[in-house]
Design a protein around this ligand. Sequence first.
Ligand SMILES: [Zn+2]
Length: 440
Amino acid sequence: MNNHPIAPDALGSDGVPGPDGAPGPEHDHRRLGRALGLFDTDPLIGSGLPYWLPDGAEIRHTLEEYVRDRERRAGYRHVYSPVLGKRELYEISGHWQHYRDDMFPPMDLGAEQVVLRPSLCPHHALIYRSRPRSHRDLPLRIAEIGGMYRSELSGVLGGLTRVRAIQLNDAHVFCTPEQAAGEAVAALGLIAEAHRALGIRPVRHRLSLPGEGGKYVADPALWERATALLTEVLSRSGVPFEAVAGEAAFYGPKIDVQIADAAGRESTLSTVQIDFHQPERFGLHYIGPDGAKHRPVMVHRSVIGSVERVVAHLIELHGGAFPAWLAPTQLVLLPLTEGERARAERLRERCLDLGLRAEITGPERGSLGARIREARLVPYQAVLGPREAADDLLALRLRGGRRLRALPAPEALSRIRALVGACAQELWDEPEHASEECEG
Ligand SMILES: [Zn+2]
């Protein structure tokens, strides 16, 4: 849990979102993220380069593991690739010609120039190209949560939403043209599942098409083909969408899953793209059943977008009251007196063995009432008194104040473990029981 005292005004009146779940202005992620000890910045590191504090890192780690787990189940294989690449790599991909304004200047290293990468796609295209590929290897799904960089001006930077160093949940599916729509539909399914687990409700699906101006690669047939496929993907997925000109990637159209902040400002969280351009640029191929070389299609997709943007959105959406599976501290143990300290330590160990994040807030931190208030964003709270200790019971109090009847500690912990493991949105899975009297 966070051990930073939270200024009373930093969390709004009760520190939890309104009944409709809508974020209010008091949930500005920049203010709340610092108040909760999730992330911060330092002028000496630079603007747009936030660092993650332990509680924020806990959330990020949990999110990344969630995504990797879902990707593994969906047949993706994970790779690591470097955040630097030679300038020539981006000349081939087209980033140098179409995206250079957003890239950091190249670094001179003897006779060559290297750049901080503006995207992961070229590295993954080279990973595909590094081995001979047959139609039997396809679809080949390569995933990575990796760093990329954007040279934003200082004036527009703030919090986690406009940053210069981005950790992107990215993946590229290399497949036959016939497989592309199915892969994109499956990616939209992964996105919808992740949004449900996170409590995120997108405001719309956008089919992002090219607009006026020269930043798009010129190949009308390519654009038509990719747009037709993405339209098919959206209709097969049954999601309503709006087509918007001027929002495509330079190499192709995309499906953008849009979210909105408290002020109604939209941004893109998750994307799915069908790309015929980069396989051409990198000369990718596979050997078909006919023994001849064929060009694969690249489906680019991101389930949760960048970890910075998704965490900013989650902070604003939940006002710091994260779903239990994501909360930095899932259970806080509150020994009534020093006499219950040893039991609290043992319970904490049991939680760690079960993969649960538990912390102890002892009497040295103030009265029980004050400690319960301090822990009000923690999903599960347990006051440990002499009575519960004698029978190894756990009297849980849920975030929001509901008290449950005391349960044998192993049962209480394994039920929490099951809810957390299922990424449940609710904190408990039975109708309300008669509350027992409880202190605080
Ligand atoms: Zn990509």
